[in-house]
Design a protein around this ligand. Sequence first.
Ligand code: NCD
Length: 355
Amino acid sequence: MKKHNHLIDLGDYPVEIWNRIVTSAQLIMKNPHVYKGACTGKIMATLFYEPSTRTQMSFQSAMLRLGGGIIGFDNPETSSISKGENLGDTTKTISGYSDLVVMRHYLEGAAKAAALTADCPIVNAGDGGHLHPTQTLTDLLTLIEEKGRLSNLKIGICGDLKNGRTVHSLVRAVSQYEDNSFVFISSPELQMPDYIARTVDYRKTHTIEEAIPDLDVLYMTRIQRERFPKDSEGKKEYERQKNIYSLNADKLKVAKQDLIIMHPLPRVDEIAVEVDSDPRAVYFRQANYGMYVRMALILTILNDDIDMKPQSLSGEATAECPNLKCVTNYEESLKRSFAEGKCEYCEEKIDKYTQ
Ligand code: NCD
C-alpha cells in the first residue's frame, strides 16, 4: 500500500519536519513570488463539515498562490452526505480526485478514520474538540516571528481548555521544545483534559490577573459553544461560562512589555477590542502567518518523503468507545480499536475491562 503523508496529529511527524515547515514558511513570506508555480497541476480538496473562516480560506489561498487548484464543500448538505453516505466512502472517493484532502469534522477521530482508507494525504483541519495540528504550525511560526524562539517560554493558556482543539495540539507540540512551561487558566469545568496535561510541565489557576505578570505568551481562546450539550442544561452552562474571562487594557498593565497575546480566532468577547491596538496583540498577524505555514505544509506533504508514523490501527476492541463524540460511535463501518489504554481515534481513556 502506498504511504501517504497524512497529518492527523502533529506528533505523526518528527519535530525536525515541524521546524522545516516553519523555516520554509519564513522563506515563502520573504519571497512569495518564487513559489508561484510550485503546485501547478495539483488539486487540493477542502472538506469542511464544520464552519471555518481562517483555516479553510488560508488553505485555499495557499494552494492558489502555489498555482494549484481547489475543489470541495463547506456545507455537507450539498454533497451526497445528505443522501446518507458514510464518511469513509466520501473521503475515499474525493481522495481519488485530489492530491491532498484537508478535512474538518465535528467528530473526534474523524480525520484518522478518513486516513485509514484514503488514496491521498489527509490533513486534519480540526476534529471536534480533539486536535488542530495546522493551527499549531501557525502558532509555532507566530512564536518564532514574534518572540524569536520556541524554547524557554512561559505560556498562559486561557479559556475553554477542555473543548479547545487548538490548545490541545499547541501544548503537546510546544512541550517538545526545551524549558517551556504552562499556566492553564480556566474554570474548574473547562480544564485541560488529562490526556494532554499529563505529559507537560504546568500549573493551574482560575484568573488571568494572577497569572499575567510572569507570562511571555498569553494564548486566549473562546468558549466553544458548539461543544456544549444542545439541551437547556447545556445552554445554561454555556451562559455561565461565556463571560468568565475577558482580557482588557487594565489587566495588561501588569504584564511584561514583551508579552505577546495570541488567539486562534474567532474571538467572541474574551479579548476587548481596545486590546487590538496594544503592540503586544499579535492575533491578526497570527492569522496571516497561517496562510504561509499552510503553503509550506502543502509543499512538504506533496514533495517530501517524511519519516512519519503510519496511520494504521494496532489494537483490538470488543466494546464501544465511551466518548460519545468519537467517530466510531457514528460510523458503523469503522473498526473500533483500543491500544495503550486509549481509543486509537479520539484518545479517550479506556477502562481495561472494556478492551
Ligand atoms: C479555531 C478552531 O476552529 O478550532 N479556529 C481556527 O481554526 N482558527 C478556534 C475556535 O474556533 O475557537
